[in-house]
Design a binder for this molecule. Structure first.
Ligand SMILES: NC(=O)c1ccc[n+]([C@@H]2O[C@H](COP(=O)([O-])OP(=O)(O)OC[C@H]3O[C@@H](n4cnc5c(N)ncnc54)[C@H](O)[C@@H]3O)[C@@H](O)[C@H]2O)c1
Length: 411
């Protein structure tokens, strides 16, 4: 299918593009490169550098002739929305209307809109928060994203084009900008790689729902294929993780014992946030496949190896759809199609993808015991189980394990 992805040169959008290309779609990206980067653009996609508010968008859309649009582009910084709400609304609201109008002109059959969970719901009574909870956005950014949802809902009714809105939790993973205001995983990973102190605002007990970017791309791919499903769907893990816990995990991966520094709490910062993704499971068959520790290890490795500036031409191999997420600790998750930049250099893939960080954090899911790593399997000597390694991915699922017998002792 021909798919137009707005914002495909950004953090989330570039992973969405990679996944959709791997699924066999033909992709045109519309991005003004305001926060996106050309080097994040997959060379198998066509890039049109264009502002979504530009009157040229109609011509760009006609030339691309998409059957579906995934609208990712946005002014995504809460602080900028507070400083300049007009600009925020112009991109997030008027820009979305502009995308919808241009899409209608070329007769698209599906629109997937990327919205936000945490900023839309605000502080809620119910955590994890379901989709039918009232939205209590406390920033212009949250309001503009929810307003754009409402516009698209109205437009869908008028145009007959089915729209699905995905409200994302806190997305993390390779390629996130470590110099942004949010993206605490990217900020910590970047600072740990450079040996700089990490700063936690307030007591660090505020919680967020961290969802791995390739899992988000998987949700988008599913939303694209299930045209009969419309409305709002949360994309998150449902798990709350404190910033303190996040730092502990990342510091462990980085092998540092230096504690985080604490700074005053940010005024008005949300205390708790997690999304109930039951609808995503029921309607899209989506579950987050990447365990937090595995996702953090990959993110850290990516920042260490690429210093946060991943160059597609240097790391991705055109036509390579074999790279997969390395850790599947949850049950029933399918592998997602994010290229594995940190380990994509070929050679002994089975072992190369399981690097030191991952080895250090993997434990047997049955007994939490230490593991032995072989070429094609991972062994728990305590449980006498062997977990397979497929396409370089350790499949740490109890029901996938085979019985393992220790080799006979030779005197
Ligand atoms: N990162 C998260 O944790 C998170 C959480 C919830 C929702 N979201 C949503 O995901 C989407 C992507 O966010 P991100 O974190 O990847 O941010 P990002 O800044 O990396 O990506 C945004 C992309 O949109 C492009 N863009 C911005 N304004 C544009 C315009 N006027 N015309 C054309 N292109 C434009 C940017 O150049 C960039 O490539 C946004 O819609 C955001 O609201 C992100």
């Amino acid at each position: 299918m021909k798919v137009l992805v707005t914002g495909g040169a950004g953090f989330v959008g570039s992973h969405v593009v990679d996944r959709l290309l791997d699924d066999g779609h033909a992709i045109t990206i519309v991005d003004d490169l305001s926060t996106g980067r050309r080097e994040l653009v997959n060379p198998r996609a066509a890039l049109e550098v264009c502002d979504i508010r530009d009157p040229r968008l109609g011509a760009v859309m006609r030339a691309a002739g998409p059957e579906a649009v995934v609208h990712v582009a946005a002014q995504a910084a809460v602080s900028r929305s507070v400083e300049d709400p007009l600009f925020d609304a112009s991109v997030n609201l008027l820009g979305t209307i502009s995308v919808a109008c241009a899409a209608q002109q070329v007769g698209v059959r599906r629109v997937v809109y990327i919205s936000t969970g945490g900023a839309a719901y605000g502080d809620t009574d119910v955590v994890p928060t379901p989709e039918d909870h009232p939205t209590r956005a406390t920033s212009p950014y949250g309001v503009s994203k929810v307003a754009a949802e409402r516009y698209l809902e109205c437009w869908s009714g008028l145009s007959g084009v089915p729209v699905m809105t995905l409200r994302l939790a806190n997305v993390y993973g390779p390629r996130q900008n470590p110099r942004g205001e949010a993206g605490v995983v990217a900020i910590f990973a970047h600072r740990l790689v450079h040996g700089e102190p990490c700063v936690v605002n307030g007591d660090g007990e505020q919680t967020r729902d961290y969802v791995y970017v390739a899992d988000v791309a998987d949700a988008v791919a599913r939303a694209l294929g299930r045209v009969e499903v419309v409305g709002v769907v949360n994309v998150g893990t449902g798990r709350e993780t404190t910033v303190n816990d996040l730092y502990r995990r990342l510091a462990g991966i980085a092998r540092t014992t230096v504690p985080a520094q604490h700074a005053p709490a940010r005024p008005g910062e949300q205390r708790r946030s997690a999304l109930d993704a039951t609808r995503a499971r029921t309607l899209l068959g989506w579950t987050p496949a990447t365990a937090l520790d595995g996702g953090l290890a990959r993110t850290f490795a990516d920042f260490r190896d690429h210093r946060g500036f991943v160059n597609h031409s240097a790391t991705a191999r055109p036509g390579d759809s074999t790279n997969r997420d390395p850790v599947h600790q949850s049950t029933g998750g399918r592998s997602t199609g994010s290229p594995d930049r940190a380990f994509a250099s070929g050679g002994a893939r089975e072992t190369a993808m399981i690097d030191e960080e991952l080895r250090a954090i993997l434990v047997c899911p049955a007994c939490k015991g230490d593991l032995l790593f072989e070429e094609t399997r991972i062994i728990c000597p305590a449980c006498r189980k062997a977990y397979p390694i497929r396409d370089g991915i350790p499949v740490m699922l109890i029901n996938e394990a085979e019985p393992w017998t220790p080799p006979p002792h030779r005197p």
